[in-house]
Design a protein around this ligand. Structure first.
Ligand SMILES: CC(C)(COP(=O)(O)OP(=O)(O)OC[C@H]1O[C@@H](n2cnc3c(N)ncnc32)[C@H](O)[C@@H]1O)[C@@H](O)C(=O)NCCC(=O)NCCS
Ligand SMILES: Nc1ncnc2c1ncn2[C@@H]1O[C@H](COP(=O)(O)OP(=O)(O)OP(=O)(O)O)[C@@H](O)[C@H]1O
Length: 266
C-alpha cells in the first residue's frame, strides 16, 4: 500500500484536495492529522489535561464558557494566539503544544493506516500539514505538495473561510508556516513519482484537472498488480517499506545538511 503524503501550507487547498481524493474515481481513505489533532485534545483526554495544566495559568480565556459532559472545551482561537506567530516565546509555546499533541496524533495515525492496509486499499492519503517538520516524510512513498504562489491569495482564502480571523491573525498564521515554495522544492528533490507539486492559484476546476494529471503518474508508479502482491505478502510489504524509508531518509538528511551549509555560508 502506497503512503501518499499530502501537505502544503495553511489554506493552500489541502482539504480541498483530500476531499477530491476521497471521492470517485480515486475513493482513497484519508488519514487527517488535523482532525485527529482535534480529537486528541477533547475534554477528558490526556492531551486536554496536559494543555490545561500548562497553558491555563497564563491564558485566562483558554476554555470556552459552555461545558460539555466531559468539561469545558478548549478555546482554539485563544490557544492559536498563544502559539502562532514569531518571537521566542511563541516558538517555545508552540513546541510545548506540539510535544503534547503530536505523539497522540502519531499513535492514532498508525492505527488508521493499518486498518486501510487490512481493507486492501492500494494507497492511503496522509493529510499532514506539518509533514516535513514532523518527520513523516520518510514514511511516505510519494508526497504531494499543494501550494499557492501568491501569499495574498492564501490570506484572502483563509479569511474568507475563517471569518473570525483578523488580517493580522491570518498573516501570523501564514508566516508561522514557512515558505511553501521551499516545501515544493524539497518535495521535488525526492524524484519523479516520489514527489509531486500542484500550484493552486487558479480556480477549483483547474485544481481538479491538475490532480487528475498527477494521480495518473502516481498510479503508474504503483500499479494494481504491485499493490495486490504487497497485500497478499505482508513480509514483502515490510521489506519494500523499509527500503523506501531508507531511501527517503537519505534524501531528507541530504536536504538538511545542505540547508545547514547554506546557513553557515551566510
Ligand atoms: C493552536 C490550535 C489549537 C489552533 O486551532 P485552530 O482551530 O484555531 O486552527 P487549526 O487547528 O485549524 O490550524 C490552522 C492552521 O495552522 C496549522 N497549524 C496547526 N498547528 C500548528 C503548529 N503547531 N505549527 C504550525 N502550524 C500549525 C494547521 O495545520 C492549519 O493549517 C491548533 O492548531 C493546535 O492544536 N495545534 C497544535 C497541534 C498541531 O500541530 N496540529 C497540526 C497537525 S498534527
Ligand atoms: N482553487 C481554488 N479557488 C478558490 N477557492 C479555493 C481554491 N482552493 C481552495 N479554495 C478555498 O480556500 C479555502 C482553503 O482551502 P482548504 O481548506 O482546502 O485549505 P487547507 O490547506 O486545507 O487549509 P488549512 O491548512 O487551514 O487546513 C477553502 O475555503 C477552499 O474552499
Amino acid at each position: 500500500m502506497l503512503l501518499l503524503g499530502l501537505t502544503g501550507s495553511i489554506a493552500t487547498g489541502k482539504s480541498t484536495v483530500s476531499t477530491l481524493l476521497s471521492r470517485p474515481p480515486y475513493s482513497l481513505p484519508v488519514v487527517d492529522a488535523d482532525l485527529i489533532a482535534r480529537q486528541v485534545v477533547e475534554p477528558g483526554t490526556a492531551g486536554y489535561n496536559a494543555i490545561v495544566r500548562y497553558f491555563l495559568p497564563s491564558t485566562p480565556d483558554l476554555l470556552l464558557p459552555e461545558a460539555g459532559p466531559a468539561g469545558r472545551p478548549l478555546n482554539r482561537p485563544a490557544l492559536g494566539r498563544r502559539v502562532f506567530g514569531q518571537g521566542a516565546e511563541r516558538e517555545r509555546d508552540r513546541k510545548i503544544l506540539n510535544g503534547i499533541v503530536h505523539p497522540a496524533v502519531r499513535k492514532e495515525m498508525y492505527k488508521q493506516m493499518v486498518y486501510a492496509y487490512l481493507r486492501g486499499h492500494w494507497a492511503v492519503v496522509l493529510d499532514v500539514p506539518l509533514l516535513f517538520e514532523s518527520g513523516w516524510e520518510r514514511y511516505c512513498g510519494t508526497i504531494l505538495v499543494v501550494g499557492v504562489g501568491d501569499p495574498a491569495i492564501q490570506i484572502q482564502r483563509l479569511r474568507a473561510r475563517d471569518k473570525h480571523l483578523t488580517e493580522e491573525d491570518a498573516r501570523n498564521r501564514v508566516l508561522s508556516q514557512g515558505d511553501v515554495r521551499e516545501k515544493a522544492e524539497r518535495c521535488l528533490r525526492r524524484g519523479p513519482e516520489r514527489g509531486v507539486v500542484v500550484w493552486n492559484d487558479g480556480d477549483k476546476g483547474t485544481l481538479e484537472r491538475d490532480i487528475e494529471r498527477v494521480m495518473e503518474g502516481v498510479r503508474r508508479g504503483s500499479p494494481r498488480w504491485w499493490s495486490a502482491l504487497l497485500w497478499v505478502c505482508p513480509p514483502l510489504a515490510g521489506i519494500v517499506g523499509v527500503v523506501s524509508w531508507w531511501r527517503m531518509r537519505r534524501v531528507q538528511l541530504e536536504w538538511e545538511a545542505e540547508r545547514k551549509n547554506n546557513k553557515a555560508k551566510l
